[in-house]
Design a protein around this ligand. Structure first.
Ligand SMILES: Cc1ncc(COP(=O)(O)O)c(C=O)c1O
Length: 425
């Protein structure tokens, strides 16, 4: 039997000889676009690249309006504020997500209500949403996590019944489609991130999408120190001469603007995204078809309504009992050594996450004893999130899906090798 790489054997994939596709992807088109911005002197503030990207991304998502901003954290905050969410309000979100989904709710002085997720998709469980609704509930933030879609039909039904806003956290879902509708066009607002690991990236950056003009006006003002939306003209662009167009304040806010350098990279990256998504989707389907026959490996459930998948990473479920009792952390380490790319656990459930600790900031968040108790994440129980994170998750960067079918064969062979050798670990 071949020795496992983690025990000193040869890996299934030697990444020194056969590296994984690189991420991020760029070429001379980005170089040219960045130089164009540099030489123009228009480095920010409603410039031509930002305008072009917003228009193109709106078309791509099938929405009327896009507002871009510094990152996908501030876009969530803008979305909450545009919906008028603040003191006294509760917002329901999954317990399994990046900390920003919850932290921004606290940043607008509302209360995050963490609920459990579905074991087969890792996205928010609609039944748990219904149980968590109170007269104070104002919004739901479904997160389309990794390669999966939250059940938007059920979420929209619940939101309609209780008159709630739906803010889709699409940080992982650029281009994914539910029933033929793009992520970010289904709820009231979609929030996207362009941070370096994301499938559309400018290093940092974010956008909000909406079809609602009133929300758009607020979102645009919120990213721009509260100014009323202004037509993007050369005269209104910041040329470093302090000549900001000031149409009068619309609301209190700060500077969450994106730069022209970010927008220039996004314009080029968006042109590549449909083909990259197609390749990832095809490889994802193929790899799942291979690994499903390995005992103890369960592919994520793909709903029939997911008409186009987009993968932030390739994830699957692991059953320790079928792997001769091998704990999931040892399985991930062994697989990492075989394929030369990190196999990680899912996000830590937010009731146990070291990056989501509102109680470390009393000066900001201790608005009252009642609020202080309400924002304590430890008050929530999330058994399904716990099971996923501590016992059964395996997640691999989306660049593995940008390779060939032969690359997928190697990933499946590596999982099978760990399975065959599990008793040696
Ligand atoms: C689900 C989710 N929401 C929001 C964010 C925040 O985006 P950003 O890192 O651009 O602030 C991220 C980023 O990692 C994310 O994964």
């Amino acid at each position: 039997m071949t020795k496992l790489a983690v025990l000193g054997g040869s890996p299934v994939r030697d990444t020194k000889v056969n590296p994984w596709p690189k991420w991020p992807v760029w070429d001379e088109k980005e170089e040219k676009a960045l130089l164009e911005v540099l030489n123009s002197g228009v480095w920010s503030y409603n410039g031509p690249k930002e305008t072009e990207f917003n228009k193109n991304f709106a078309e791509f998502c099938g929405v009327k309006y896009v507002v871009s901003a510094a990152n996908g954290t501030v876009t969530l905050q803008m979305a909450l504020e545009a919906c008028g969410i603040g003191v006294g309000d509760e917002v329901i979100l999954p317990g399994l997500t990046w900390q920003a989904t919850a932290a921004t709710i606290i940043d607008v002085n509302a209360t995050p209500v963490l609920v459990d997720v579905c074991e087969d998709t890792w996205c928010v469980d609609p039944k748990e949403i219904e149980k968590a609704i109170t007269p104070r509930t104002k919004a739901i933030i479904p997160v389309h996590l990794y390669g999966n879609f939250a059940n938007m039909d059920e979420i929209l039904r619940i939101a309609k019944k209780h008159n709630l806003w739906v803010i889709e956290d699409c940080a992982h879902k650029h281009g994914g489609e539910w029933n033929g509708k793009k992520a970010g066009s289904i709820g009231d607002i979609g929030s996207f991130s362009y941070q370096l690991s994301k499938i559309l990236t400018a290093g940092e950056g974010g956008s909000v999408t909406t079809n609602n003009f009133e929300l758009y006006e607020k979102l645009d003002a919120l990213r721009n120190c509260g100014r009323r939306p202004e037509p993007p003209t050369a005269a209104s662009a910041n040329k470093g001469e302090g000549q900001y167009f000031d149409a009068g304040n619309f609301c209190q806010s700060g500077n969450f603007r994106i730069t022209e350098f970010q927008a220039a990279i996004l314009v080029e990256g968006l042109k590549r995204l449909p083909e990259q998504n197609r390749v990832r989707d095809e490889n994802g389907i193929y790899l799942n078809s291979l690994i499903k026959s390995i005992p103890g490996i369960i592919p994520m459930r793909r709903d029939d309504r997911e008409t186009k998948e987009s993968y932030f990473n390739f994830s699957f479920r692991y059953n320790q009992a079928e792997f001769k009792g091998l704990p999931v952390a040892k399985f991930r380490a062994a697989l990492t050594a075989e394929i030369g790319i990190e196999v990680a656990a899912s996000y830590t459930p937010l009731n146990k996450c070291s990056l989501y600790m509102p109680h470390t900031k009393p000066a900001r968040h201790k608005l009252s004893e009642e609020y202080w108790a309400a924002i304590n994440p430890e008050r929530f129980e999330l058994p399904v999130c716990d099971k996923i994170h501590y016992e059964s998750s395996a997640c691999i960067h989306h660049k593995i899906l940008m390779g060939t079918k032969a690359d997928m064969d190697l990933v499946a062979a590596a999982i099978r090798k760990v399975y065959d050798n599990a008793e040696n670990l």
